[in-house]
Design a protein around this ligand. Structure first.
Ligand SMILES: [Zn+2]
Length: 94
């Protein structure tokens, strides 16, 4: 497989990161400084149907397509997501 143009960006630091799933609406609300996919420059939209993935340090965001294309290459470990409503239904009291 040829080297993907999207990997020409500065993305080496993303290797083996823990990644949280989220959506465009949440990014717009909680992390408005994240504007584009770090790989393909797809723009973040205020849209809950647009999936995004962010590393724990929240320094960038990755669109759904790039996440799918590169998750094995980068060894990403997917987390449950932060502050995501469908993750807190039921009572897991500690
Ligand atoms: Zn992308």
């Amino acid at each position: 497989m040829k080297k993907d143009w999207r990997l020409l960006n500065k993305v080496e630091h993303l290797k083996n990161k823990y990644i949280n799933p989220t959506d465009g609406e949440e990014i717009t609300k909680y992390a408005p400084y994240l504007k584009k996919c770090i790989f393909c420059w797809e723009e973040v939209q205020d849209n809950s149907h647009q999936w995004w993935f962010v590393p724990e340090d929240m320094t960038c965001c990755i669109c759904e397509e790039c996440y799918g294309d590169f998750k094995e290459l980068f060894g990403w470990k997917e987390l449950d997501g932060w502050d995501i409503k469908w993750n807190i239904c039921g009572s897991n009291a500690e």
